[in-house]
Design a protein around this ligand. Structure first.
Ligand code: IDP
Ligand code: MG
Length: 167
């Protein structure tokens, strides 16, 4: 079944210049990239993305990680991959959550590490099921930033809104 999944190359992936290596590994899936961008991750987005983990002991460290405060660089790369079995194909290449337990040839096995704080610095995020993918893709992307119409949309009038344009 065709499905979409969200991938985030976390701040350690960008800082370590691993973007190319990770995209090359993900291309083994033969899935289509239907959206991609570099995002500056603020607190609000970070909390929304990881809200289901808020009671975990590692949560404050996880928020520091995804907002780039651990690496002094708040950029991540977010991508939407689309195709048959996209969620499991990407999770397979990403590897287990704990980089020490991940298959050494998976992305997390090859490039991840466990910090002395205990946090798993594991280079990539990948949605774990269809519901999570839908929630995450709609959180990180606007409809017009994805080339396929994945989810229902609606039109709203935004006349009062100001936006920044090139001078
Ligand atoms: P996932 O990224 O494999 O889906 P989640 O359970 O959703 O794993 O956790 C989100 C992120 O939180 C992980 O990718 C990892 O960076 C971190 N994390 C998860 N579990 C632990 C843990 O037990 N100790 C330290 N960090 C963890
Ligand atoms: Mg998860």
């Amino acid at each position: 079944m065709n499905e979409a999944t969200l991938v985030i190359i976390k701040p350690d992936g960008l800082k370590k210049s691993l973007t190319g290596n990770i995209l090359t590994r993900l291309s083994e899936t033969k899935l289509k990239i239907i959206g991609s961008k570099i995002v500056k991750v603020g607190e609000e987005l970070a909390h929304k993305h990881y809200h289901h983990l808020k009671n975990q002991a590692f949560y404050p460290e996880l928020i520091k990680y995804i907002t780039g405060r651990l690496h002094g660089d708040n950029r991540v790369m977010v991508l939407v991959y689309w195709g048959t079995g996209a969620i499991s194909k990407v999770r397979m290449i990403a590897g287990a959550t704990n980089p020490e337990e991940a298959d050494p040839v998976s992305i997390r096995g090859a490039y991840g590490r466990i910090l002395t704080t205990g946090l798993y610095e594991n280079v990539v995020h990948a949605s774990s099921d269809v519901e999570e993918a839908s929630r995450e893709i709609r959180l990180w992307f606007e409809p017009e930033e994805i080339v396929y119409e994945l989810y229902p949309t609606k039109e709203v009038k935004a006349e009062q809104k100001t936006k920044r344009v090139w001078e």
